[in-house]
Design a protein around this ligand. Structure first.
Ligand SMILES: [Zn+2]
Length: 400
C-alpha cells in the first residue's frame, strides 16, 4: 500500500503510482518520471530475498468526504496524459487469460480503452477499468477499485485473497485527513487497523444515554436497554404533578409481580417491564376499576414505562406516588453484568456528558463518543485537539 498525504497534485501522484503498478515497474515517483525505471514493483525484501509483485488489480482509497465521480473523471484524464509521456505503453503487451498446472495462456489485444464506472458494460475488452467493487477483473487487463477509506477490509481469509492482494499490494491510499501513522509517499506491506492513528483510542463499548431523568435510565433497564429502536416508539410525556405525592419507600408494601412461568414472583421489579427497580420510580395505589378499598399493596412501575405509556396509566389509580428505592445508581453499576470499561463509562456519564454539536459527545473526563467510531477513525476528527487523550466509544443519545 502506497500512502499519500494531502497534496495539491494528489491526482498526479496517485495516477503515477497506478502506472507503476500496472507495469510492475517504478516509472513514476511523486508525479515525476524517474531517471532509471526500477523493474519488479512493488518490491518486498524479507531477509536477503527480494519479492516482487505483478498485480492485475488495485484499490484506490479516498476520504469519504471526496466526490468519487469527480475524482474518477480527473484521474482518467490525468492517467491518460501521463502515460502519453512514457516511453512504453502500459497494458498493451500479452497478458495471462488462464493459468493451469503447466500452461499459461496469454492473449494480446489491440484495444486500448480506459473505462470508468459509468461504462460498466460498454466493452469487456478494455485495458484499464475503474469501478467500485471487486468482481470485474475479467472485464479489464487492469481493474482499479476506487472506494472510501472506511471500506478497507482488514480480514484476510481464504475467500478474499484476491481482494486482499488488490488492497494491500495493489493499493494506494490518499490520506488527505492525516488519519494514518504512515508518512507521505511511504510504501508499506504492513497496513492494518494499527495503521490508523485513532485505533489505539477505541474502546469496545457502546452506550445509550437518555437526555431526561437519570442519563443511565435506559442502559440500566434490562427491558429497555437494547430495545430503543423497536420499543421506544412513544415519546416521553410528563405526568400531572398535581395528583402526584411523595412516599417513603420503607412504608410501602408492593404487589408481587409474576416472573418466569408464573412460578416466581418478585416485589423488586417494575410491574410492566419487569426490570429491576432502582432510584426514583412510581407507586400506584387503589385501581379505579376495582372497588378494593382495603387493598394495602402498591403497584410498582419504572419511570420509562410510566412516561412512555400513551394511555396515561397513572390516571387509572386514585393514588400516585413517587418514591426512591434504596438501591441507587452506583449500586446498579457495581452489580451490572457489564465489562469494567463499560462500568467506567457509566460513571463518567454520571459526571457529565456534553453534545458538542460537532458529531461527537464529551463524556466525563475520559471519553468521547460518536454514533459510529468510523466517524472518528477515518476523518479529520482523529486530529481534533478536543479529543486528544480521550478514549472513543459509540453512543446513541435519546432525546425527549
Ligand atoms: Zn418498566
Amino acid at each position: 500500500m502506497r500512502v499519500f498525504k494531502k497534496s495539491d497534485d494528489y491526482v498526479r501522484l496517485i495516477a503515477g503510482e497506478m502506472l507503476n503498478k500496472e507495469t510492475s515497474t517504478q516509472y513514476w515517483n511523486l508525479g515525476k518520471l524517474v531517471e532509471v525505471p526500477i523493474k519488479g514493483y512493488p518490491q518486498l525484501t524479507i531477509g536477503n530475498v527480494i519479492n516482487t509483485f505483478r498485480v492485475s488489480c488495485g484499490h484506490v482509497f479516498i476520504p469519504s468526504s471526496m466526490d468519487r465521480q469527480a475524482f474518477e473523471t480527473r484521474l482518467m484524464d490525468t492517467i491518460l496524459s501521463m502515460e502519453a509521456e512514457m516511453a512504453i505503453q502500459p497494458l498493451t503487451g500479452a497478458h495471462s487469460k488462464d493459468t493451469q498446472w503447466h500452461t499459461n495462456i496469454k492473449i494480446k489485444s489491440s484495444l486500448k480503452q480506459t473505462a470508468g464506472k459509468k461504462e460498466k458494460f460498454a466493452s469487456y475488452n478494455v485495458k484499464r477499468r475503474f469501478g467500485k467493487q471487486i468482481g470485474y477483473y475479467e472485464h479489464a487487463r487492469f481493474y482499479w477499485s476506487i472506494v472510501n477509506i472506511n471500506d478497507i477490509d482488514y480480514e484476510i481469509t481464504s475467500n478474499n485473497i484476491s481482494s486482499s492482494i488488490s488492497q494491500f499490494v495493489g493499493g494506494i491510499l490518499y490520506d488527505a485527513d492525516d488519519i494514518t501513522i504512515h508518512e507521505h509517499n511511504e510504501s508499506t506491506f504492513n497496513f492494518g487497523r494499527e495503521s490508523l492513528k485513532g485505533f489505539k483510542n477505541i474502546v469496545d463499548a457502546n452506550i445509550v444515554i437518555g437526555d431526561f431523568g437519570n442519563p443511565l435510565m435506559i442502559e440500566l433497564s434490562e427491558n429497555w436497554q437494547n430495545r430503543i429502536t423497536d420499543r421506544f416508539r412513544n415519546p416521553i410525556r410528563n405526568i400531572d404533578e398535581n395528583n402526584l405525592f411523595h412516599a417513603d419507600f420503607a412504608t410501602l408494601k408492593f404487589r408481587p409481580v409474576d416472573m418466569a412461568n408464573n412460578v416466581e414472583t418478585s416485589t423488586e421489579v417494575c410491574s410492566k417491564c419487569r426490570s429491576v427497580l432502582w432510584g426514583d420510580f412510581y407507586a400506584f395505589h387503589r385501581f379505579k376499576k376495582l372497588p378494593v378499598f382495603n387493598d394495602t399493596l402498591y403497584v410498582a412501575m419504572c419511570p420509562l414505562c410510566v412516561h412512555t405509556s400513551t394511555n396515561a396509566i397513572e390516571n387509572e389509580y386514585y393514588e400516585v406516588y413517587r418514591t426512591t428505592h434504596p438501591r441507587d445508581v452506583n449500586l446498579m453499576i457495581e452489580y451490572a453484568d457489564e465489562s469494567d470499561i463499560k462500568k467506567d463509562l457509566y460513571r463518567e456519564v454520571l459526571k457529565a456528558y456534553v453534545d458538542t454539536g460537532k458529531g461527537y459527545m464529551l463524556i466525563g473526563d475520559k471519553y468521547a463518543s460518536f454514533t459510529k467510531t468510523d466517524d472518528y477513525l477515518y476523518t479529520s476528527m482523529v486530529n481534533d485537539p478536543t479529543l486528544q487523550g480521550r478514549l472513543i466509544c459509540e453512543s446513541k443519545l435519546v432525546h425527549v
